[in-house]
Design a protein around this ligand. Structure first.
Ligand SMILES: Cc1cc2nc3c(=O)[nH]c(=O)nc-3n(C[C@H](O)[C@H](O)[C@H](O)COP(=O)(O)OP(=O)(O)OC[C@H]3O[C@@H](n4cnc5c(N)ncnc54)[C@H](O)[C@@H]3O)c2cc1C
Length: 358
């Protein structure tokens, strides 16, 4: 049986551990004291099938049925409302087509979200089949599946050195030395530094910070059934979360791999843009955080064996889509490592392969 070490205990690593554990002996190594501490603990937890470039969208679509049905499903209906100001007509036309939304009147939009300001909101589009993902449940389902199949999951296991010889990796960590014949890089923002530790060239995977604020529900409103709302041009988005609203300024601030935190000024500017479109001012922020969305240069995931070193497998570049793509991404990882045919088209597989950078 092949023995595989997966480095990274976010959604990428844990979903791959679950899938691979049916075919191989799997050890997952996560540096933090729990799974899902970095990007995977900080997402907006949305499933928007028509979000991302065409390659990402094929992974979204190939993941949908599993997310909807497996283990009772992790999706719940949310819907999505896109809004725009008078000056953004062209942008609205383009984005409402791209996201597959139907144009609705501002009055209809205000039935869904009564605090929308009719003075500023001039265009609105809606789509029903946008979902919340229960990301904690999804992580736990994959964790349970991996453990049931005998996978070993180690937290507090920071990988500090990698070497390859006699067809095996020697993996030095903060809790000891491990050995494996295949190494899966699921290190999120640390994808390139980990490859360099293994003696490989980086691919240019760049982490971009995105911040989030949680604010109280506007007085007198039960927000629980409000749709995900988004102003064109990703000016901001907001969605209900545990009886409150989370609002993101949608910034993409290129940075280095680190434990990210929200930028106060960026949050304030994003909330000001949100406030322009609603009649309920933001009185206070109850919590805030930020996470890193890590993209390859062409914004598609990178899934496949490194051309320079086939015992090194890339599973990185999940960007803003790591949860909605994880089922198809982990399935492709398993198919490629186990040498089985994939249900994805050759075109999609080629567009995901690390070979595209060589
Ligand atoms: C604000 C925000 C909103 C988002 N909204 C959505 C959304 O609505 N829907 C969606 O699908 N996606 C969303 N995303 C994106 C999604 O969260 C990410 O794509 C996904 O979590 C990435 O998962 P990952 O496992 O690749 O990375 P991570 O979760 O960051 O996991 C990588 C792990 O590798 C570990 N690691 C790195 N180096 C080492 C080492 N040397 N040794 C041991 N461990 C190591 C790290 O500690 C880390 O835990 C959002 C992201 C953000 C920030």
């Amino acid at each position: 049986m092949t023995d595989i070490a997966i480095i990274g205990g976010g959604i990428a690593g844990i979903s791959a551990a679950a899938r691979l554990s049916h075919h191989a002996s799997v050890t997952l190594l996560e540096g933090e004291d729990r799974l899902g501490y970095h990007a995977s603990g900080r997402s907006a937890a949305a499933f928007v099938e028509d979000y991302g470039n065409p390659v990402v969208r094929s992974l979204n679509s190939a993941s949908a049925a599993y997310l909807r049905n497996e283990n009772g499903g992790v999706l719940s209906a949310r819907g999505m409302l896109l809004v725009a100001k008078a000056g953004d007509k062209d942008l609205f036309e383009r984005e409402h087509r791209e996201f597959g939304l139907s144009a609705i009147s501002v009055n209809e939009a205000r039935h869904k979200i009564p605090i929308l300001d009719p003075e500023t909101v001039q265009y609105a589009g809606f789509r029903e089949d946008i979902y919340d993902i229960d990301t904690d449940l999804l992580l736990q389902n994959f964790r349970r599946e991996a453990l049931k199949n005998g996978a070993e999951i180690n937290t507090k296991s920071q990988v500090t050195a990698l070497s390859y010889g006699n067809k095996r990796w020697t993996i030095t960590t903060s809790i000891g030395v491990f050995s494996a014949s295949i190494l899966v890089n699921a290190a999120g923002a640390w994808a390139d530094p980990l490859a360099q530790m293994a003696g490989l060239d980086p691919l240019g995977v760049t982490p971009y910070r995105r911040s989030m604020a949680r604010i109280p529900a506007p007085a007198g409103h039960d927000v629980s059934r409000w749709p995900f709302m988004d102003e064109v041009g990703e000016a901001w988005y907001a969605k209900p979360d545990a009886g409150q609203l989370i609002v993101s300024p949608c910034e993409e601030h290129a940075t280095h791999p680190h434990d990210a935190w929200a930028d106060d000024m960026i949050l304030a500017e994003g909330l000001a843009r949100y406030e322009q479109m609603v009649t309920a001012p933001v009185a206070r922020i109850t919590a805030n955080w930020a996470g890193l969305r890590s993209f390859a240069p062409d914004r598609a995931l990178v899934i496949g064996r490194a051309p320079q070193q086939p015992a090194f497998f890339w599973l990185v570049g999940q960007g803003g889509y790591g949860f909605q793509t994880c089922v198809a991404a982990s399935q492709l990882t398993t198919d490629l490592i186990a040498g089985r045919p994939s249900e994805l088209t050759t075109q999609t597989r080629d567009a995901l392969s690390p070979d595209r950078f060589s």
